[in-house]
Design a protein around this ligand. Structure first.
Ligand code: SF4
Ligand code: SF4
Length: 191
């Protein structure tokens, strides 16, 4: 039996090499799933389920203006305290500032204001909308619950930066820039 051990081990080694080579050759000729950035870019059709940072959605009549009604629900729901929404004509007794983890103040409705569903509140003109993306967990609560359909995930797959400030966005300014460029939600980087 000992005489056969060496040939059997040799055969097993060769077989293992053949199996490995078969996997390598099969995958070598398969269509490529990755891209060589920056020589290539991700096709927009591959970005449908991609979650980039959130962004505002423009109104149909004016893409440079957000659909937002200034209800503040997104900032209230955000578990990461990374949204700061300021709307016009918010009565003094219906707003309160909470310190956020990001070191900014969040303008949030009091329970009195929250008692009315956002759909029953008067739309408020949005004054500013800031996102501190480096604390965002991409949970989607803000997008899912916005009563005006004013939020979505961007398709910015190329976002990169060397400082935290690169990940803090004025989303109203971003929306105006998108509208000026034609409003397309493509995969091109334009934070
Ligand atoms: S939940 Fe929607 S409508 Fe309300 S403040 Fe946020 S973005 Fe605007
Ligand atoms: S995706 Fe989640 S964590 Fe990010 S801003 Fe929206 S609610 Fe906050």
């Amino acid at each position: 039996m000992a005489i056969l051990t060496a040939p059997i081990q040799a055969l097993a080694a060769v077989w293992s090499m053949v199996v490995g080579l078969r996997v390598t050759v099969t995958n070598f000729f398969r269509p490529q799933e990755t891209i060589h950035y920056p020589r290539q870019e991700v096709p927009p059709s591959h970005l449908d389920s991609f979650r980039g940072h959130i962004e505002l959605v423009g109104a149909d009549e004016d893409p440079a203006k957000a659909r937002c009604i200034g209800c503040g629900l997104c900032a209230e729901l955000c578990p990461s305290f990374c949204l700061k929404v300021v709307a016009e004509e918010l009565p003094v007794d219906s707003a309160v500032c909470y310190p956020s983890q990001a070191g900014t103040d969040l303008l949030m409705p009091t329970p009195k204001f929250r008692a009315a569903p956002p759909s029953q509140t008067q739309p408020r003109k949005l004054l500013s909308y800031h996102l501190v993306y480096h604390t965002c967990s991409l949970c989607g609560l803000c997008v899912q619950n916005c009563p005006a359909g004013s939020l979505r995930f961007s398709h910015d797959v190329y976002l990169a930066g060397a400082s935290r400030g690169r990940f803090e966005f004025d989303l109203m300014e971003r929306l105006r820039g998108q509208a000026a460029r034609g409003g397309a939600k493509g995969g091109k980087a334009h934070a």
